[in-house]
Design a binder for this molecule. Structure first.
Ligand code: ZN
Length: 198
């Protein structure tokens, strides 16, 4: 169990009130068991949420809350990079986490996820072109019978997961950064899984 101390900038009494409101806003809080210092909220809906906090003396500790949501991405062509920053942010906002991390995961072997510039679209064009140059679609030495070995290779080069810090309830990305779903064997419908912890 990971616990975060939450008393740094709050008086204990205020901290307790704040945490109670947070829990209440997400799920109805169960009454603490007699003699127990633990209070737990249940889970409901498509997300998996659990909040625990414990009082030790005047200190209040909050267990890390985890929310997992997924969404679909429809890709338009064989190779594409699609800005999913707003969709990831929507999951973060719904989770109600102010300070933590968002882990973005793509459960595919011919796609990926990465962070890169979302200001000049030429950057995305050039990244895809460079990957295609490095890993041509056809090579005499490919053995995989499905005929999409280049997509598998690009998937491993880019990776199937990334993570972004969360500050103040927002993805703490750089000014020019966005989160991109990377398609290497489209067009098709893909899935993205976002786990928010904080
Ligand atoms: Zn394959």
């Amino acid at each position: 169990m990971s616990l975060k101390k939450r008393t740094a900038n709050l008086k204990p009494a205020n901290a307790r009130e704040h945490i109670g409101k947070t829990s209440q806003a997400i799920y109805p809080r169960r009454s603490p068991r007699s003699g127990s210092r633990w209070r737990a909220t249940g889970s409901q809906g498509p997300a998996t949420l659990r909040t625990l906090h414990v009082t030790l003396g005047s200190d209040i500790y909050v267990a890390m809350k985890t929310t997992t949501q997924s969404f679909d991405v429809r890709t338009p062509s064989r190779d594409a990079m699609i800005d999913i920053t707003s969709k990831v942010q929507a999951v973060v906002s719904e989770a109600g986490v102010d300070d933590g991390v968002a882990a973005v995961y793509v459960p595919h072997t011919t796609a990926g996820v990465t962070i890169n510039e979302n200001a000049d679209p030429d950057v995305i064009h050039d990244v895809l072109a460079a990957l295609d140059h490095a890993v041509p679609w056809r090579q005499n030495f490919y053995q995989h019978g499905e005929g999409n070995s280049a997509a598998h290779a690009k998937s491993s080069m880019v990776g199937c997961n990334t993570s972004v810090p969360i500050r103040g309830g927002r993805l703490s990305l750089g000014t020019w950064q966005g989160v991109f779903f990377c398609e290497f064997d489209g067009p098709r419908t893909r899935h993205v899984v976002v786990t928010v912890m904080g």
